[in-house]
Design a protein around this ligand. Structure first.
Ligand code: NAP
Length: 274
């Protein structure tokens, strides 16, 4: 059983299934396999074009809805008051569910004041469409700005985080304000499986390089990880990390893999990274 992370009143399972790029039957099969394997946290977004399948897998599962932590996100072209709320309503319509556990601003939008986006976020929570709200791809200064304009607590900042990308400043600002940091692309899109350092540490524990990476993430205070796979065996393996711990020297060794050009997800509309 994977532990949960407490963040400003939310209890969030430390491992969730990422679903970007999972579509149609593959998506539904993967979400069902994850719930069967013990996952209680699923991550999607309006932009992933799979909310119908995610909703169907959740509704057809024997796991009660209230035991599942479901996150969705609003794309950066809809983060103003009005479009934001409509995007969340549309997501719930595709899920055929009454609420999401967490709604995130997928990316900040340079043309929309953060204050306005926070108003929309607060409205979604006040109306019960989301149990909790948060942000994604927010830098240190954007987190500070968001927190200052929100009268409800933000619970998560979801950002890219894996051994090749150092994220101390944004992790510090999350901890300072009680948010969890959810690590996206936690397996560096599969690259970690070829990393000799991670493979060697894994051999000491009878685990794969990917399992070592996920353990390194969730062993850090306030960190959650959402690995993705299109294969049920890989989904089961990513959840099988509760039975070992990394030593301090192993944690430091993995942190030492960070590279200045380690970022893998970037767009022309992205903020100026820390
Ligand atoms: N907020 C944002 O802007 C944002 C951006 C990017 C991602 N995300 C979220 O984060 C989630 C995860 O990130 P990601 O999808 O970029 O990548 P990831 O989880 O870092 O890596 C996924 C890759 O790892 C491979 N993999 C998984 N288990 C494996 C195993 N046991 N052996 C070999 N390969 C394995 C998968 O291939 P197989 O399918 O073959 O297993 C897939 O190619 C996304 O799905 C999405 O939910 C959010």
């Amino acid at each position: 059983m994977i532990h949960t992370v407490e963040a400003n009143g939310a209890e969030i399972p430390a491992i969730g299934l990422g679903t970007w790029d999972l579509r149609g039957d593959t998506c539904e099969t993967c979400v069902s396999a994850a719930l069967d394997a013990g996952y209680r946290h699923i991550d999607t977004a309006a932009m992933y074009d799979n909310e119908r399948e995610v909703g169907r897998a959740i509704r057809n599962s024997s796991v009660p809805r209230e035991k599942i932590f479901l996150t969705t996100k609003v794309w950066h072209d809809s983060v103003g008051v009005g479009p934001f709320q409509r995007s969340v309503e549309d997501s719930l319509g595709r899920f055929k569910l009454d609420y999401a556990d967490l709604v995130l601003v997928h990316w900040p939008d340079k043309g929309t004041p953060v204050q306005e986006t926070m108003q929309a976020l607060m409205d979604v929570k006040a109306r019960g469409l989301a149990k909790h709200v948060g942000v994604s791809n927010f830098t240190v200064s954007l987190v500070e700005e968001a927190v200052s304009h929100s009268s409800v607590p933000l619970v998560v900042n979801q950002v890219e985080y894996h051994p090749y990308l150092e994220q101390s400043p944004v992790l510090e600002v999350c901890r300072k304000h009680g948010l969890a940091l959810t690590a996206y692309s936690p397996l560096a899109k599969g690259r970690v499986f070829d990393e000799p350092v991670l493979r060697e540490i894994g051999e000491n524990h009878g685990k794969s390089a990917g399992q070592v990476t996920l353990r390194w993430l969730v062993q850090q205070e306030q960190v959650i990880a959402i690995p993705r796979s299109s294969k049920p065996d890989h989904i089961i393996a990513a959840y099988d990390i509760a039975d070992f711990r990394l030593g301090e020297d192993e944690m430091k060794c993995i942190s030492g893999l960070a590279q200045s050009d380690g970022r893998m997800v970037d767009f022309d509309f992205a903020p100026d990274w820390d």
